[in-house]
Write a protein that binds this ligand. Sequence first.
Ligand SMILES: NC(=O)c1ccc[n+]([C@@H]2O[C@H](COP(=O)([O-])OP(=O)(O)OC[C@H]3O[C@@H](n4cnc5c(N)ncnc54)[C@H](O)[C@@H]3O)[C@@H](O)[C@H]2O)c1
Ligand SMILES: [Fe+2]
Length: 386
Amino acid sequence: MVATILVPPIMEIGAGAVQRLGAVLARLGVRRPLLVTDPFMRDAGHADRLLAPLRAAGIDAGLFADTVPDPTTDVIGVGTALLRDGGYDGMVALGGGSPIDTAKAMAVLAANGGQMRDYKVPNPIPTPGMPVVAVPTTAGTGSEVTRFTVITDTQTDEKMLIAGPGLVPAAAIIDFELTLSCPPRLTADTGIDALTHAIEAYVSVKASPFTDAMAIAAMGRIAPWIREACADPSSRPARENMMLGATLAGIAFSNASVALVHGMSRPIGAFFHVPHGLSNAMLLPAVTAWSLPGAITRYADCARAIGAADPGQDDESAAQELVQALRRLNADLNVPTPQEYGIDPARWEGLLVTMAEQALASGSPANNPRVPGVADMVALYRESWG
Ligand SMILES: NC(=O)c1ccc[n+]([C@@H]2O[C@H](COP(=O)([O-])OP(=O)(O)OC[C@H]3O[C@@H](n4cnc5c(N)ncnc54)[C@H](O)[C@@H]3O)[C@@H](O)[C@H]2O)c1
Ligand SMILES: [Fe+2]
């Protein structure tokens, strides 16, 4: 089997990497970048810390700070108009997955026109957009290295997956110091998102030896450090391992795809506005338990990689340990069930079939080692409810 692997051509990784932004833009030939971020990053001064040295170096950078969590087609429309009218030739995306996904989507629309839904998987993106330099501030989505953007259609509430080689950022600046300000809940949610990426990439039917190596390395960095990162947000070793783990997991799933957890998680995020990592966490133990028979050996490897099973333990019991370890992790990180989160039971029940159909349409469940039908997914949603 030949695996096609795409990663950003430039990655600056480590404490203080963000100071390389000017040099990275110069290497890419970007003269007039638009900084895309969210109101928190602007108000906390993070945007200015990036913009000031650029402006001092004579780089005429603009600012779009109106991105929203779980970016919407409405916001992409506003941003794209600004991008087109401002004569920009590149973007710097600063923030969690939401600002990075927003910048990627703006680049697609600016280059191709039309509506975001025109480029929904499996539709291609004809023309690659302008370069995006991604600067993540959460150790979570891996969007800084992936070929995906996830945008919610304001008209239908659908969380659309958009994919293509042109969505891989031209550069990623991965500086764990930017994550030191993440509060515990955000750290937990984004950290479980990254762990889910690693596990799903490893068990995906599209996995390859290269993505396996990235996924196992990611699990080995995230699992031992996620509790400490939440308990002591100032822990530099925890932050450094989590950030690198999230990026490695991003490389793994960008090239091997995610699977059933993400497929089922996106509709929960879209309909009930549950943060992305949290909706993954709500589903991860039950979906993993259901999927075990499809890839016992692979799940057993995951158990060993996160330290939940001994190296010599047999596959069947090691895989069971993985499920138990994921349940303990949810308990330790206070992950609520959908019911505890306050979701209206009648609305949840009424939307289950629609959510399962949207999950199926996204293509992600087909990558799972055990492939579900709509009825299986409805049962898994019900099992995860309370
Ligand atoms: N493109 C991909 O490959 C990919 C993969 C997974 C998820 N996603 C998408 O990414 C989005 C979620 O991204 P996210 O989980 O990183 O969260 P986010 O970007 O939505 O941010 C959540 C909140 O955290 C705040 N925040 C971010 N960094 C902070 C910091 N350092 N300190 C304090 N607060 C901070 C933000 O201001 C915001 O209020 C979802 O839309 C999801 O679908 C994309
Ligand atoms: Fe994710």
